[in-house]
Write a protein that binds this ligand. Structure first.
Ligand SMILES: *[C@@H]1O[C@H](CO)[C@@H](O)[C@H](O)[C@H]1NC(C)=O
Ligand SMILES: *[C@@H]1O[C@H](CO)[C@@H](O)[C@H](O)[C@H]1NC(C)=O
Ligand SMILES: *[C@@H]1O[C@H](CO)[C@@H](O)[C@H](O)[C@H]1NC(C)=O
Ligand SMILES: *[C@@H]1O[C@H](CO)[C@@H](O)[C@H](O)[C@H]1NC(C)=O
Ligand SMILES: *[C@@H]1O[C@H](CO)[C@@H](O)[C@H](O)[C@H]1NC(C)=O
Ligand SMILES: *[C@@H]1O[C@H](CO)[C@@H](O)[C@H](O)[C@H]1NC(C)=O
Ligand SMILES: *[C@@H]1O[C@H](CO)[C@@H](O)[C@H](O)[C@H]1NC(C)=O
Ligand SMILES: *[C@@H]1O[C@H](CO)[C@@H](O)[C@H](O)[C@H]1NC(C)=O
Ligand SMILES: *[C@@H]1O[C@H](CO)[C@@H](O)[C@H](O)[C@H]1NC(C)=O
Length: 509
């Protein structure tokens, strides 16, 4: 994540009169993206504009919209039609992803202090009731972390960029430590400073550190000369500990067997690292590194690198290829990239596939993700360009979803997964008289995914069932008056029969 987002003026605000419950706000001369609001809940969330051109894969959208102008962010789940499903508490978040932990579906995300392209925080792991069942931390004090902030006041020094759970109940995270390095080979100070990139594998149940790797400790195999960020403009020139040089800016980690796949944004590089810390191979997106780049395989400043397949002979890599940063400007087309890498013999890199939205191309400056879905589909997110795309197996775009104007709203990554939410709260209800003499009963249940319909009752007076319609369902009923008591009950799904508190008609409207 990079910090210089508000570099361009937001586009003109388009307000569609027919959008119900969408509010727009205006501060001075800056246009704010509309928020969706509700009667039965105080939740406000970015309006999502979904356009579908084909069949999408099943599942909800998991992301962390951060409103840069309003300075607020949330972990959120949306359904495929752009309706909110769940919103957590406000703060700084990244990397929200449903995963399996010891056979149980959980969601994991980072939260904490988000600073100059990196952060200091912890990983929350929630069960399907949205209760925090684990909090993974990395003690700044015990690990002797040095940060750009002096004095440093953080408890946990986990960085924003990764929160990948392994099959063995551990989690992979990144961290940034300010340390000294000789920058003279790249024209900097001999006694310079860098933002060393660290990988930690931490046992979730015990918080025990299972693996630690530092790029700086392996600087002979992770060379400074391969960094593409200039000494100025990468967060720092390295002259002092307040302005450390942006080496190596790690942003994606995955474990395959005993080895670690590591993406370095500012080195335009992918490293495969053995358990003993040795670099097994290095793919550089501009020079090739250990490999020879074939036609159309160049990449840089990439995000979310994963293996799609792996064998001793070759790997297939997927990534979100930004090819832009705050110091390059945003002139290169951003694409999803699938590369075949021959590990033996020819050592050639060949292009397997590339996905982009030709009608609405993106030149993403920071962040982003690439997820391989079922049936050959791909979900792409563009970070500081708040746009999510889905492509089919032929690379044809089937969904476009916007949740903000460029550089006013962002999410580090977005994932699509099936999910069954079992909120431990009760449904929320408010009942308001309408001009027509009826009562509008508004019902929502933050986090519920599979309610079929809502049954509204008022003693023996009313017994009315209506199909659930999005985050909040509005049910018009006759025969109620001010002071009557109303409740709603979920019908269908895992929360079948769960009743709200009784509310009084006319209160809280
Ligand atoms: C939603 O997207 C459609 C299609 O791109 C566009 O015509 C419309 O103006 C958008 N609405 C808003 C509120 O941005
Ligand atoms: C979020 O990060 C900002 C710095 O960008 C910090 O000022 C703020 O305190 C953080 N919020 C939380 C809840 O940690
Ligand atoms: C989630 O965790 C809470 C607190 O431990 C527990 O009460 C609840 O039953 C759990 N929900 C599920 C679905 O496991
Ligand atoms: C961070 O760097 C300092 C030196 O600047 C060193 O003493 C400390 O051990 C390092 N911590 C980590 C977590 O690498
Ligand atoms: C660090 O270097 C920057 C850039 O030269 C300078 O503005 C700043 O005052 C220095 N800070 C300290 C603590 O020396
Ligand atoms: C999980 O543990 C097994 C047994 O020790 C090991 O073979 C496997 O490589 C581990 N997987 C990961 C991702 O750590
Ligand atoms: C580290 O592991 C790699 C791969 O298993 C091996 O080739 C190498 O010899 C090991 N290096 C050391 C110093 O043990
Ligand atoms: C993808 O292309 C193949 C071959 O042209 C075609 O048979 C198939 O229907 C296409 N899939 C979609 C979803 O259009
Ligand atoms: C509401 O009607 C259904 C059948 O339509 C019935 O099963 C249920 O008992 C009624 N509930 C109340 C509170 O009257």
């Amino acid at each position: 994540m990079d910090s210089s987002f508000i570099s361009r003026l937001p586009q003109a605000l388009v307000v569609i009169a027919s959008l119900i419950n969408v509010i727009t706000a205006q501060t001075s001369n800056e246009a704010l993206w509309p928020l969706q609001t509700y009667k039965s809940s105080s939740i406000q969330t970015p309006y999502m504009n979904v356009t579908k051109m084909g069949q999408t894969e099943p599942g909800h959208l998991f992301f962390t919209p951060h409103d840069i102008l309003r300075e607020t962010g949330h972990p959120t789940i949306y359904s495929d039609d752009g309706q909110l499903v769940w919103q957590g508490a406000s703060g700084n978040y990244s990397g929200l992803q449903p995963q399996m932990l010891n056979g149980e579906p959980v969601i994991a995300y980072w939260s904490g202090y988000a600073g100059e392209g990196f952060g200091f925080g912890h990983i929350s792991i929630l069960n399907s009731s949205y209760d925090e069942i684990h909090r993974v931390t990395l003690s700044c004090q015990e690990q002797n972390f040095v940060t750009v902030y002096n004095p440093m006041t953080f408890d946990s020094c986990i960085d924003i960029h990764e929160s990948q759970i392994t099959e063995n109940g551990t989690i992979l995270v990144t961290a940034v430590n300010v340390t000294r390095a000789d920058l003279s080979s790249i024209g900097g100070e001999k006694d310079g400073w860098i933002q060393d990139g660290l990988i930690y594998e931490i046992d979730i149940a015990t918080n025990e550190i299972m693996f630690r790797w530092s790029a700086h400790n392996h600087i002979d195999q992770v060379p400074l000369a391969d960094v593409r960020a200039p000494l100025e403009g990468s967060g720092g020139s390295g002259v002092n500990s307040t302005y450390p040089y942006g080496y190596p800016h790690l942003n994606a980690i995955y474990k395959y067997g005993d080895d670690y796949l590591v993406s370095s944004r500012y080195m335009c590089s992918v490293f495969f690292i053995a358990q003993n810390g040795t670099v097994i191979w290095h793919l550089h997106g501009r020079t090739g590194g250990d490999f020879t780049l074939g036609l159309g395989t160049s990449f840089c400043y990439q995000h979310d690198v994963r293996f799609e397949s792996q064998s001793p002979e070759r790997v297939t890599l997927t990534m979100h290829n930004n090819d832009n940063t705050e110091f390059t400007g945003h002139t290169s087309l951003t694409t999803g990239l699938v590369l075949n890498v021959e590990l033996q013999g020819s050592k050639e890199v060949t292009l397997v596939g590339r996905t982009w939205d030709a009608a609405e191309p993106v030149y993403a400056e920071s962040q982003g993700s690439y997820q391989s879905l079922g049936n050959g589909h791909v979900l792409q997110d563009h970070g500081a360009t708040p746009k999510i795309e889905e492509y089919d197996e032929n690379g044809t775009i089937v969904m476009r979803a916007r949740f903000g104007y460029d550089n006013t709203m962002q999410t580090y990554r977005t994932y699509r997964y099936p999910w069954v939410g079992r909120p431990s709260t009760k449904p929320d209800v408010v009942a308001c008289p309408t001009k027509g003499g009826k009562t509008a009963v508004y019902v929502s249940w933050n986090g519920a995914t599979d309610v079929g319909s809502w049954k509204v009752t008022s003693g023996s007076k009313i017994n009315h069932t209506a199909l659930r319609n999005g985050f909040e369902t509005t049910i018009l009923v006759a025969g109620l008056s001010d002071g009557d008591s109303v409740a709603a009950e979920a019908v269908g799904g895992v929360g079948d029969g769960t009743r709200s508190q009784s509310v009084t008609v006319g209160q809280g409207c």
